[in-house]
Ligand binder design. Sequence first.
Ligand SMILES: Cc1ncc(C[n+]2csc(CCOP(=O)(O)OP(=O)(O)O)c2C)c(N)n1
Ligand SMILES: [Mg+2]
Length: 320
Amino acid sequence: MLSKAEGLRLYRTLLLVRLAEEAIRVYYHQNEMKTPVHLGIGQEAIPVGVCHCLPKNARTLGTYRNHALYLALTQETDRFFAELFGKETGLGRGKAGSMHLCAPEHGLLATSAVVGTTIPLAVGVALAQAYRRDSTPVAVFFGDGAVEEGVFWESLNFACLRRLNILFVCEDNGLAIHSAPSDRRGFSSLVQSVESFRCKAISADGSDLPAVIQATRQLRAEMAHHTQPGFLHLTYFRFLEHVGINEDFAAGYRHRPSSEEWIARDPVARFTTHLLALGCLQDELDEIKTGVEAQVDESLNRARAANYPAAEALYEDLLI
Ligand SMILES: Cc1ncc(C[n+]2csc(CCOP(=O)(O)OP(=O)(O)O)c2C)c(N)n1
Ligand SMILES: [Mg+2]
């Protein structure tokens, strides 16, 4: 059970993610953001809830659908928007783009455009922690499409063999671009397959923030008790197209949800109802929203006013 104060803090983070992405949807048309964007509208409660249950110094890694993860960990939007606009004040000096956000000072070590690639990196980080006898946990976020990559199963096997302190977080929207699991998999149950390894697995509704928090806490307790990795399977609905800012219900591979389904799958709407039932006042929620809107606006303005990197910056920060 969440306290009111904890609930309001979580609401602010959830809303920060949602409003930052809604702002991207407004500005993207103006063609100033020179980066593909994989928006996470519908996904927000997963990174927000999981990160809420991790210690501040946890190491995290993720995918190109990483805005919620970055914002949940950092709460900052200046360097975030500047990166999307390709400006020198961006978190990757304008050279990383949306798909490669990171914030090592907040534990976010890497995110990547290449499906599955941060999974073995995360296992490597967990192995390094084990060598150092450092109990700081590692969490890696990936989509349901990544589990069809061989590297997922190799990484899972090695992590289980070495009993590493790593949380695998599968953000399952039932889609790899447009294709459904039944067209991609030669196994029927992901969770049962993972449980046949030495790994604790829990499924929950990833649109429901309190359910995400409860599942994460329970799994972390079981991981500690059995000295085993954990697999968190969290389902959610991707409201927008795979990449870009638009809805794509007319594309024909899925139907538009009814208004009841829409609300049931919207983590922000669901958590708002939860908070009101908990005794929070609509005025308190509105005040938080006003503050988040101001943060997003100010960051957008600063990002748009900032300079592009100089041409020579192209040759800096390279590992060759
Ligand atoms: C190794 C690799 N293969 C293929 C692609 C092309 N690709 C980009 S996203 C994607 C689907 C991934 O789906 P999922 O892991 O479920 O993530 P989601 O987009 O649903 O968050 C694919 C196949 C890629 N980026 N990397
Ligand atoms: Mg997917």
